[in-house]
Design a protein. Structure first.
Length: 281
């Protein structure tokens, strides 16, 4: 790993993983090309040679398509983030934005519609207008994923019951992934029973995240993915610093510890699940 120079401000990589895995959800948009290339090289050296780049506003979604065309290590996901939906609706632009997202989702390098869902943390869902916009956008994305045959990636922040209700009402695609899963063990079992997938981020490594580790232990490992949500949610021991895919081994090793499996076996299962969901890179 010492041969790969990291951009300034990023924590050092841990020892590389026993087998290569996929970063299920990262945000590289907003970085210059040289930084993206350096981070992709560092990730590959750490055992994370592929990633799903998520663009969740229109500029980021457009960049995601270009990035997936340029860098073979990436496939894309496009959406309008739940917190963007009320802003666009207030300007009368939500329908046009959703139409553009669907057009971008048709690109063969785009494999995901998302992240989409509900967010009660940054948006006051007691505001009828904001709630209506988030719900309308979420329902539209679910239908879009079904029409395009793309994986649906869910953003669920402080809105577990509402998110599950929408997925049941709309008929979630079989390939539905809860990005940065934040529910408890009961919710994890509920999702797994429906064939959905749970993606765990660096939060799994936090000392306070005992409930998340219980959720992981409650479901089949074959329905688990691992992500960074970079540049956010950096795993221990670098919590609070800028995240990137080369740090994902910390989270993967936490998965191995919680599930009491060998690292090599965990990596093989995670990689096979990502391949089954997203297809060839």
């Amino acid at each position: 790993m010492s041969a790969v120079e990291l951009p300034e401000g990023y924590p050092p990589a841990p020892a590389p993983l026993a087998r290569p895995v996929v970063d299920d959800h990262t945000h590289l948009d907003g970085l210059d090309d040289a930084t993206v290339e350096a981070l992709l090289a560092a990730a590959a050296a750490a055992g994370v040679p592929r990633a799903v780049q998520i663009g969740c506003d229109l500029p980021a979604a457009r960049w995601t398509v270009r990035a997936a065309e340029r860098w073979p290590q990436l496939v894309g996901g496009v959406a309008i983030h739940p917190n963007e939906a009320p802003l666009l609706a207030a300007r009368g632009q939500l329908d046009a934005a959703l139409a553009e997202v669907e057009a971008l989702a048709a690109h063969p390098r785009v494999r995901v519609v998302g992240e989409t869902g509900l967010d009660a943390f940054r948006t006051d869902l007691s505001d009828p207008g904001a709630a209506a916009a988030q719900l309308r956008s979420f329902r539209a994305h679910v239908a879009m994923a079904r029409r395009t045959g793309r994986v649906l990636q869910i953003h669920d922040r402080d809105a577990h019951e509402q998110v599950l209700a929408v997925l049941e009402e709309e008929g979630a695609p079989q390939r539905t992934v809860f990005h940065c899963f934040s529910g408890d063990a009961a919710m994890a079992r509920y999702c797994a029973e429906r064939g959905w997938y749970l993606s765990f981020a660096g939060t799994l490594t936090f000392r306070s995240a005992g409930g998340l580790r219980e959720a992981l232990a409650a479901v089949p490992l074959e329905q688990v993915l691992v992500e960074t949500d970079a540049p956010y949610l950096t795993p221990v021991p670098h919590r609070g610093r800028r995240n990137a895919s080369h740090l994902m081994p910390h989270t993967v090793r936490c998965v191995a510890e919680v599930t009491r499996r060998a690292e090599e076996e965990v990596c093989e299962i995670l990689a096979a699940t990502a391949d089954s969901l997203y297809g060839p890179w």
